[in-house]
Design a binder for this molecule. Structure first.
Ligand code: HEM
Length: 875
């Protein structure tokens, strides 16, 4: 109770939700603690599904009004999701009549993402519009669309105010104890190991996890086309700062002190539609039918590994298949690389004839090649090997039992058995893509996220999204799955959404509808029966992109090791020296195993203020037509969100049902150790300088999203007396706000504002995808494919010891992938439980965040006193 009077959620204070010290000697208390947290989280999801879905593509009015006797949130199909005339598959799906994908179009993940939902062919496909999670009226705060918005910011915010480079330099820069040793992220000559760039480290998450999430975002979304934006350029700040609350031009001395660059310029974003949106009214209230500006997702929104396999004809050309067996991705030997894993080869390079941005020359060839570095090179190589490992095992079984049923079916001839020997290379390629995509989704859900949010409620929550709370595939789970799919057919919002979400956590979202008795490939209701879009076509919202601006995760220097003697740090290799084409020689010369051990053992950067990589603030980009050809990516994060009209932090939180802050001091965690509190106080003071203060006016209502604790409208004074001087906390850019959150649940590498966005969208990404629900079947994946995804490989393997008290834990899926693709890592990996936890860390017995070496790694220099962690999680 003592800890409730803060803006933050409180389940993190329940019994057993942190490390061993949070456990009670009374088991019922622990049980209540964990289950209480899970109930809180489910409530949050239910509310988010109810209040935060805003589609931009023209369906929003139907969502509010419903259609016929069906309530809006229970709608299943939309005219806006039809393929338009002129689309190459228009006729195949039914042309101007009822559209239904069938035959070859429903067999696998189509290149452009069409026909995932067989009744809404266009949904989630390349070029569809980004959605929103916030009311359209509250977007583009600088435009002051409503009186509330106008009152909230009173003309103080615009694209350039507060100045994005000033925000970056004052609030994002990593402070250095020895700037010569860091050299703005360039380290020392010869990659000398005495180079050092200080950064705040998260003790329970490694550098592989940082590049993993970049690898994921390249699958889910992009605002750019082939790595560039529109042709129009804009200045990007370093022009003014607030002096005693007044925006004042920077003097040369200020520029020098800040280290920003007034001559930087950048392309503006592509905009899809800037026309005035139509309005409509329901229940006496007026609504915008979409946001005033919309933007296209130039990638498929599905979790379909499109970063590997491509998302349109142009990107597909970059994906090379092996001419000796076109089911395989082409992997080539690298002379001199002779380990067991190296025999599986490395990705070939982009060829001059490939469609590409000239900046990508010299890189490995893949679907999405932008912002390449050794980290992305690593993951793309690993998953290309994994694709081939699946093909290899399939071919092995085909050779052994060629006449056996592979499980695969062709929807055009659903009754015909397809034997192993009948599966064509093209079919096998697409099956392998399905398998790799599902493995990636599984790794992300139950291995990456459970380490990102390292506590027991989230371990259970994420596993329930995948396997269900009931866990094993048993009668109860199957029966519940049938009930849930039935609920999804309801015409009533409450049943189709709320009860659906609550009960789906029993059997799990993954595989919903696939275990139906008598499931029939020729019945569209079975093929598509497990998806639920909750009345709003699936695509990511702009607000999702905002909370994935995770650049602080990346260290400036990689502590390079050799896997033969992993305790020794040999070099400090600047990430920027591996940028784009420079990644590839580094990968080839040093090999996957050494990079794995280097990134596996090193802690990543905490998501905190003053923790952006120096190199990203000074990134050289040759394509830019600006005097400096450099860009501050941290400042660009701020600017892009403003271009996309993301509400500022406080309204963002209110829109998602979270509590607002009343001053910058609310960021200070009064339960943190004194040294941390002192740092947070300094940061709050800096925010005050950068964003300023004003005299408040309690007659001005600033939001329609929530009421205050006394059920009155929230006004400009945020609870302070009328006329008093208050912080401009309403103006705070959302990225700055979530980085400043220092009160977090135990083991949370992210903040609660980011987390709430994930609860909604990470769940929807599974709920909406047929291949993760009703079409997770041998007819699409083959029998081997279904087993591979279920068992994390060709057969099941279990950890010998309990994991955080859980017995009989399957060996985690990414660890299995690494064991297959880089087998020489076995001695190291045998001691790893979650591949995203620093590999040499002692994990203790229950969600320990300690930075202590495990047995055998005592001499690892990363554990020396001078490199102590600064935890991002302060419970
Ligand atoms: C070597 C490491 C990285 C480099 C060089 C890099 C570079 C960039 C650049 C230049 C942009 C700006 C694109 C634009 O708006 O014009 C960008 C955007 C972005 N980056 Fe990174 N980045 C890196 C790592 C990461 C990581 C680890 C994440 C974690 C998720 C990440 C997430 C994002 C996101 C979400 C965007 C916005 C993309 C969009 O709007 O489509 N980046 N990055």
């Amino acid at each position: 109770m003592a800890r409730r009077d803060v803006p933050w959620v409180d389940w993190a204070n329940y019994y057993s939700t942190a490390d061993a010290a949070s456990k009670s000697a009374w088991p019922t208390r622990n049980w209540r603690g964990i289950n209480g947290a899970l109930i809180d989280l489910e409530y949050e999801r239910v509310e988010l599904i109810r209040f935060n879905l805003f589609d931009n593509s023209g369906t929003f009015e139907q969502y509010k009004k419903g259609r016929g006797d069906r309530e809006g949130p229970a709608l299943k199909t939309w005219a806006e999701m039809r393929l338009p005339p002129g689309h190459p598959d228009y006729d195949s799906v039914g042309g101007s009549g009822e559209q239904l994908c069938r035959g070859g179009l429903i067999r696998g993940r189509n290149l452009t993402g069409i026909c995932n939902d067989i009744r809404n062919p266009l949904m989630g496909s390349t070029g569809a519009l980004f959605a929103r999670n916030v009311e359209f009226e509250t977007t583009f705060p600088d435009a002051g669309l409503t009186e509330n918005t106008h009152n909230r910011h009173a003309g103080r915010v615009s694209l350039m105010t507060p100045d994005p480079q000033v925000v970056s330099r004052r609030l994002f820069t990593r402070l250095q104890s020895d700037s010569a040793a860091c050299a703005d992220g360039y380290g020392k000559t010869g990659y000398a190991k005495d180079a050092n760039c200080d950064y705040k480290k998260a003790p329970f998450f490694n550098v592989l996890a940082a590049f993993w999430i970049q690898f994921m975002t390249h699958d889910w979304f992009s605002h750019l086309e082939e790595g560039h934006n529109s042709a129009e350029y804009m200045k990007v700040g370093c022009a003014s700062q607030k002096v005693q609350g007044v925006e004042t031009p920077l003097k040369p001395a200020d520029v020098a002190r800040l280290g920003c660059r007034p001559d930087d310029a950048m392309e503006r974003v592509y905009v899809a539609d800037t026309t005035n949106p139509a309005t409509f009214s329901v229940g006496g209230r007026n609504y915008l039918s979409r946001a005033p500006k919309t933007f296209r997702n130039t990638n498929t929104a599905w979790w379909d590994a499109s970063q590997i396999y491509g998302y349109d004809q142009r990107s597909r050309v970059r994906v090379k298949r092996d001419p000796r067996d076109p089911a395989r991705l082409l992997m080539v030997p690298v002379p001199g690389n002779t380990t067991e894993g190296d025999r599986q080869g490395y990705l070939p390079l982009l060829e001059p004839s490939d469609p590409m941005n000239p900046d990508w020359a010299g890189q490995e060839a893949t679907g999405f090649p932008d912002n390449w570095s050794v980290g992305l090179s690593f993951l793309h190589n690993v998953f290309a090997r994994e694709h081939n490992q699946f093909v290899y095992e399939f071919r092995r079984r085909a050779a052994k039992t060629p006449d056996e049923d592979s499980g695969l079916r062709n929807p055009a001839r659903p009754k015909d058995v397809i034997r192993y020997r009948d599966v064509s290379p093209d079919e096998l390629f697409e099956v392998a893509r399905l398998v790799v995509s599902a493995e990636i989704a599984k790794i992300h859900t139950i291995e990456w996220t459970t380490q990102l949010l390292y506590d027991e409620p989230l371990f259970r929550g994420m596993n329930s999204n995948w396997n269900g709370l009931i866990a094993d595939d048993n009668g109860v789970s199957r029966a519940l799955s049938a009930v849930v799919t039935k609920l999804g057919e309801s015409r009533k919002a409450k049943v189709a959404d709320t009860w659906y979400s609550v009960l789906a956590s029993g059997p799990g979202i993954f595989g919903l509808g696939s275990t139906k008795r008598g499931w029939d490939l020729s019945n569209p209701a079975d093929v598509n029966g497990g998806v639920n879009h909750f009345g709003s076509p699936f695509n990511f919202p702009e607000e999702f992109v905002t909370v994935y601006r995770l650049h602080p995760l990346v260290p400036d220097l990689i502590e390079y090791r050799d896997f033969h003697d992993a305790n020794v740090i040999r070099n400090k290799i600047p990430v920027v020296e591996t940028f784009r084409g420079k990644a590839t020689p580094f990968m080839h010369e040093r090999g996957l195993a050494n990079w794995a051990i280097s990134m596996g053992r090193q802690r990543l950067g905490a998501l905190a203020l003053q923790n952006h990589p120096r190199f990203l603030q000074n990134l050289q980009m040759n394509r830019l037509k600006s005097p400096t050809q450099r860009i501050d990516v941290a400042a660009l994060d701020i600017l892009r969100d403003r271009e996309h009209g993301v509400p500022r932090f406080n309204e963002f939180r209110r829109q998602y049902g979270l509590r607002q802050l009343t001053s910058f001091d609310d960021f200070i965690n009064r339960h943190a150790p004194p040294a941390e509190q002192a740092e947070q106080e300094k940061l709050a003071a800096t925010m005050r300088e950068v964003y300023g203060q004003h005299r408040c006016d309690s007659t001005k209502v600033i939001t329609a999203a929530q009421l205050d604790s006394a059920n009155r409208p929230i006004n400009d004074c945020l609870g302070h007396p009328n006329g008093s001087t208050v912080d401009n906390v309403e103006d705070l850019d959302t990225v700055v706000g979530w980085l400043a959150e220092s009160t977090r649940p135990h083991g949370f590498a992210i903040s609660e504002t980011q987390f709430v966005v994930f609860i909604l969208n990470a769940s929807r990404r599974l709920y909406s995808d047929r291949f993760f629900t009703s079409s997770f079947r041998p007819e699409f994946y083959t029998t081997l494919g279904v087993d591979w995804v279920t068992n994390n490989g060709p057969d099941a393997m279990y950890e010998a010891k309990p994991v955080n008290g859980h017995r009989h834990q399957p060996v985690s899926p990414f660890k299995r992938v690494l064991l297959r693709t880089i087998p020489e890592l076995k001695p190291e990996l045998d001691q790893v439980v979650d591949a995203f936890d620093p590999w040499a860390r002692d994990r203790g017995s229950y969600y320990s965040l300690e930075w202590r070496p495990r047995k055998g790694a005592e001499s690892d220099e990363a554990f020396a006193r001078s490199s102590r962690s600064s935890s991002s999680s302060r419970h």
